[in-house]
Design a protein around this ligand. Structure first.
Ligand SMILES: [Fe+2]
Ligand SMILES: [Fe+2]
Length: 323
């Protein structure tokens, strides 16, 4: 039996402090408490964090995330994938180098090249970067260097950017464009290269006896339950075609986060599992899932809760698992 602890959307910050959304406040202290409890109760499980590890990907918040998750920085204990909040300011403005820095910092536990593959017993864990190839992504380039990004700006904004020597102006223009909803990288995209490689992985002969588990940040399909197209995955149809078309291995499980809503369903032979934010207090508790797999595939999922006192920021006694 292989067990996975599914965490998501930790929104860690440079220090423990309130957040704009009160449910996500004091995320650092909450994750510290989760790490202690998971070590106590699930010392042998593999922990996955499906994106938004940090709230804005700043170097100091990445260092805080590194320090808090440090006890788990081994390939067999932890895997993380990036989310839109790891790429820039407030999940909406891309800042060059932020995502790359996060990925490099977690290299002790998670491969840096996407898609990546990890063997965990009978499970093949496949990591996808759903913030790849998004309009506005400027990971390696300046704001002006990205053609797709320039096309999203008005002629006036473009002219201002071209003449701006001031970094505040360079940041303000994309913020304005975002406010007008012309730039929105909360929409995810896997990109053709990653999708092609995923299809190859899933039909590889080595997969025949193994259980594929895909982890990513964005919601993998434009499902009828999804409200608001701005947070979906742009190439979800292509992903669904690959998942439905793969027949070599056993049924695929897809773990993800992003919307901060929990969900779990089976469709076309694939199991989809959405995690809420692991730092969001829901009815007075923090919650997360564990998923159990045997040699034939997914067996069961269980919820675990930890009461959280928002006033003192302290955990109370460890609640019994809900299953
Ligand atoms: Fe999030
Ligand atoms: Fe997100």
């Amino acid at each position: 039996m292989t067990q996975i602890v599914h965490l998501s959307d930790l929104h860690l910050r440079s220090s423990n402090k309130p957040n704009m959304t009160s449910e996500l406040s004091y995320s650092n202290r909450k994750v510290e408490a989760l790490v202690r409890r998971i070590d106590q109760h699930f010392p042998h499980a593999h922990v996955v964090v499906t994106g938004d590890v940090t709230d804005s990907g700043t170097p100091t918040s990445v260092e805080a995330a590194y320090a808090i998750l440090e006890p788990w920085l081994r390939p067999d204990r932890l895997s993380v994938v990036p989310g839109n909040h790891d790429c820039g300011t407030k999940g909406g403005v891309w800042i060059p180098g932020r995502k790359r820095n996060l990925i490099a910092r977690f290299a002790r536990s998670t491969p840096q090249k996407y898609p990546w593959v990890k063997m965990l017993g009978n499970i093949v864990l496949i990591g996808l970067d759903s913030t790849a190839d998004t309009p506005g992504q400027l990971d390696e380039q300046s704001l002006l260097g990205d053609r797709r990004y320039r096309e999203l700006l008005t002629p006036i904004e473009r002219a201002l950017l071209l003449t701006a020597r001031n970094s505040i102006v360079q940041l303000a223009i994309p913020l304005l464009a975002r406010a007008a909803r012309r730039i929105q990288f909360a929409v995810g995209r896997l990109g053709d290269d990653q999708l092609f490689k995923l299809a190859q992985i899933l039909v590889a002969p080595e997969m025949r006896k193994r259980i594929p588990v895909v982890i990513m940040h964005h919601h993998p399909r434009v499902h009828e339950k999804v409200k608001g197209k701005f947070i979906s995955l742009a190439d979800s149809k292509a992903l669904m075609n690959i998942l439905e078309g793969q027949t070599t291995g056993k049924a695929v499980t897809v773990l993800f986060g992003h919307r901060h809503h929990q969900d779990s369903w089976e469709e076309g032979g694939t199991r989809f599992v959405a995690a809420p934010s692991s730092v969001e207090v829901f009815q007075g508790v923090l919650r997360f899932r564990t998923l159990n797999f045997n040699e034939n595939g997914f067996v069961s999922e269980e919820w675990h809760t930890m009461p959280w006192d928002e006033i003192t920021g302290r955990t109370q006694s460890w609640a019994k698992s809900l299953s």
